[in-house]
Design a binder for this molecule. Structure first.
Ligand code: SAM
Length: 216
């Protein structure tokens, strides 16, 4: 029997996002549009709208829709914004960001994932996303500064280059804490004179950010 993904997608938005307090229309509309089934492995498509993280390849995960929504909502992205994502994974969060922001840059350290994400994003005609293979703990200097930075992997601290590459008034959302344990999701806002305002959001569990300015 054919699966009605559109119905599952609307149900996910209603049950997993709206009922838990996500209320930014730009965010909700992005989740209504992006076909999550295109970003999970073929054999798991029927689980694409389940309420949890799922394995993709190379031992990595596509995050739980609700957590991605919390992170994107916390960034308060505007339609004219330039956004950097660290940890492309499947490319799902990058597609959501591309529905909201003008320009999206996303970095993945595992070649297999970066290539797959680049292909699916291009097949789905997301022309405002650029995928780079590299170490996101160092950011992506060339296109800086960014209005928002979404870090989709857990770091022991906020990498210095990411703070440097953030515009004034810009925000970073990042899980910070021990490797393979529960981490604290944080939002940092860059104030005048480079000062940072730090806020604590939810507790989360992400795969580690592995790189030169993070876990080795
Ligand atoms: N945003 C992804 C999605 O929508 O599918 C999920 C990201 S997954 C939880 C974390 C990703 O971060 C993994 O694919 C992992 O390989 C990647 N990663 C870890 N350290 C990295 C680094 N230093 N630079 C770039 N990517 C990194």
């Amino acid at each position: 029997m054919e699966i009605n993904f559109e119905e599952l997608r609307d149900e996910m938005v209603e049950e997993q996002l709206i009922k838990r307090g996500i209320d930014d229309d730009l965010v909700l509309n992005a989740f209504r549009k992006v076909k999550r089934e295109k970003f999970v492995p073929d054999k798991n498509k029927k689980y694409a709208y389940e309420d949890g993280a799922q394995l993709i390849s190379a031992g990595q995960t596509i995050s739980q829709p609700y957590i991605v929504a919390v992170m994107i909502e916390a960034l308060e992205i505007k339609e004219s914004d330039k956004v950097l994502e660290i940890g492309t994974g499947s490319g799902y969060a990058a597609a959501l960001l591309a529905e909201i922001a003008a320009e999206v840059y996303t970095i993945e350290r595992i070649e297999e994932l970066a290539l797959k994400a680049r292909k699916v994003l291009s097949d789905l005609d997301y022309r405002n996303v650029k995928v780079k293979l590299g170490d996101g703990s160092l950011g992506w200097e060339e296109n800086a500064p960014y209005d928002s930075i979404l870090v989709s992997a857990a770091a022991p601290y906020v990498p210095e280059k990411l703070i440097e590459q953030l515009s004034k008034g810009g925000k970073i959302v990042i899980p910070v804490g021990e490797r393979n344990e529960v981490q604290q999701l944080k939002r940092l806002t860059k104030k005048s004179k480079g000062k940072l305002k730090e806020e604590e959001l939810e507790y989360v569990r992400f795969v580690p950010l592995i790189g030169e300015d993070s876990w080795r």
